[in-house]
Design a protein around this ligand. Structure first.
Ligand SMILES: [Fe+2]
Length: 579
């Protein structure tokens, strides 16, 4: 038996994954266990929990891989340090710190309180963007495709184009920091009052509310080059070797100010957080998304010239830009995308392990990711104990009764906490840790926001749709099982799906096939039988916190919010006074 432990550590989205004989069996982000969003410290809890779920101990592990390699692209790092003498000391400090992280065995031993002598595994440092590429390509099941990764930065790179074939990923071109589409996006998010790490999705949702006012400005801050693009340094502060990011003692990501005074001079004062969003802010978001898409497509088109395939595997934080992903299938020659759900840095744990299995150890197993359910699972016995502890009234129902009762509640406009099976891998709730509601019930978006989610008013909620009904409702036919594409909604469905129809008549859909999630599929199917609508509104099961992982977190969220019903395992719980 070959056991590979993959980790992402001291980078946003700390995580762990275990693959056995080339097949991933469990993968977890640390934030779900320690409840610190985007946790960027060491993934101790997820390593231990992954081993426990896989039924293994450290003694069973043959190889450990981390998605970082401080010696990768060293020449570029040195070049940078020599060009920026004021940063030399900082560079030397970071380098010695990085070297500590590179001694993976010592790190795991000390962080997990294990005697290093008892760890018999080999260790591998996999360059950040190779691990990203592997996380997508080695989940595709394809024998050949083009590969692209785009993010803020990792191992001094923000974009990698690759030729993926068989067990090998051949890097073709790197874009080095400070030039970075991810950093550009984060900088503009900061400027319009979304300064937190991970706020980019909010601004993507704001963009369609704006108009095309700032295209000239955005054309100035990026320059087209033969490799793709460069940032105009006059509009940004010098980022430093850490690309403007830092990790604080609590393991949280801190983003320093990224935009320059010239940026402010030309666009006006930045928006303070929590203040009113003006038309200027909406227009800036529009301009940002538009220029991002332009260069996203440019990079994809350049890649296609180098690797003329119709298939592309994509990863890196920017590959979570589902609006750009939807358009890529129309505006580039690529016709199929493989993007695994943890496309951001949380996916590095899986990617590093898959790279070792496929490319280095040549284990010969080609894995196709069929669903995202690689996380924790709890039996009815455990759930019942928790419900009793909280003195929650429940009915235990058979599968068909459970589906019938739940769809009745959704049909009547109630809001359901839906906690089933194994937790999703990646940032999206995909029908196992989800809050469900009627996609066309009057004012459902406002109801959800007022009662539970408290999200920005402009952000859309997402639809889960039966895969075979996708083209009845959406204008594009390529399936999106991990909610990573935004497509136009056909005119005849827009009003019937008012709660998930965004201002530009689009939806960030999850297509649901029965083999991917039979229970969730059957639930939507039953809802369709009752209403004629093959769609359920699906948002993540949380309230301003990482998505719930354990039953008690779901129960506490149910009790603390104005959720009407909790369906957890076989148990159906309805709040008193809701009958
Ligand atoms: Fe990354």
């Amino acid at each position: 038996m070959s056991v590979i432990l993959g980790i992402n550590t001291f980078h946003a989205g700390a995580s762990a994954a275990v693959i056995i004989d080339g097949e991933p069996v469990v993968a977890l982000a640390e934030e779900r266990l320690n409840r610190v969003k985007y946790f960027a410290g060491f993934p101790k809890l997820s390593i231990l929990r992954c081993l426990e779920i896989a039924g293994l101990t450290f003694a069973d592990v043959n190889a450990a891989a981390v998605g970082r390699d401080s010696s990768a692209n060293l020449h570029k790092k040195l070049e940078f340090a020599l060009r920026n003498p004021s940063k030399l000391l900082n560079f030397a400090r970071m380098r010695s710190k990085s070297k500590t992280f590179d001694d993976l065995k010592s790190l795991i031993a000390s962080e997990c309180d294990i005697d290093k002598e008892k760890l018999n595994f080999k260790t591998y440092n996999i360059e950040h963007h190779l691990a990203h590429t592997a996380s997508a390509y080695f989940a595709s099941g394809w024998e050949k495709c083009a590969g692209i990764t785009i993010d803020g930065s990792g191992d001094f790179v923000s974009c990698l184009l690759s030729d993926c074939e068989g067990a090998d990923i051949k890097p073709l071109q790197r874009i080095f920091v400070p030039h970075s589409l991810g950093t550009l996006y984060t900088a503009v998010c900061q400027f319009i009052g979304y300064p937190k790490y991970g706020d980019e999705g909010k601004v993507m949702g704001l963009a369609p509310l704006g108009t095309d006012v700032y295209s000239e400005f955005f054309e100035k801050i990026l320059k087209q080059t033969s490799k793709g693009f460069e940032l105009n340094h006059e509009y940004f502060l010098p980022f430093g070797a850490n690309q403007g990011m830092e990790i604080n003692d609590a393991g949280e990501m801190i983003v320093h100010r990224l935009y320059s005074d010239l940026f402010v001079k030309e666009l006006g004062e930045p928006r303070e957080k929590y203040t009113e969003i003006t038309q200027r802010d909406k227009d800036v978001a529009f301009g940002l998304q538009r220029v991002f898409e332009k260069y996203y497509m440019r990079l994809l088109n350049l890649l296609h010239e180098k690797v003329p395939s119709e298939r592309v595997s994509m990863a890196g934080g920017c590959a979570l830009n589902s609006v750009a992903n939807g358009k890529a299938l129309i505006e580039t020659p690529f016709r199929e995308t493989c993007i695994q759900p943890a496309a951001g840095d949380d996916g590095l744990a899986l990617g590093a392990a898959l790279y070792v299995s496929n490319s280095l150890l040549k284990e010969g197993k080609r894995w196709t990711m069929e669903n995202s359910y690689l996380g924790d699972e709890y039996s009815d016995t455990v759930v019942k104990t928790e419900l009793d502890k909280y003195k929650i009234a429940y009915k235990k129902l058979e599968r068909e009764e459970l589906i019938d009762a739940t769809t009745d509640e959704i049909k009547n406009g109630n809001v359901i906490g839906w906690f089933q099976g194994r937790m999703e891998w990646g940032p999206r709730a995909l029908g196992n840790r989800s809050i469900l509601a009627h996609p066309g019930f009057p004012n459902m978006k406002d109801i959800l926001n007022a009662r539970i989610k408290h999200r920005e008013w402009f952000r859309p909620f997402a639809p889960s749709v039966l895969v075979e009904r996708q083209t009845d409702i959406f204008e594009q036919d390529y399936p999106s099982p991990f909610m990573l594409h935004v497509y136009k909604i056909k005119p005849e469905w827009r009003e019937r799906l008012s709660a998930i129809n965004h201002v530009d008549d689009t939806g960030r859909l999850q297509t649901v096939a029965r083999n991917e999630n039979p229970l969730y599929y059957d639930l939507i199917k039953k809802f369709e039988t009752k209403t004629g609508i093959p769609v359920i509104l699906n948002t993540s099961f949380n309230e301003n916190e990482p998505i719930v992982c354990q039953p008690f977190e779901a129960i506490e969220c149910f009790l603390r919010t104005k959720m009407d019903v909790l369906v957890i395992g076989s148990f159906f719980c309805k709040k008193a006074g809701k009958d």
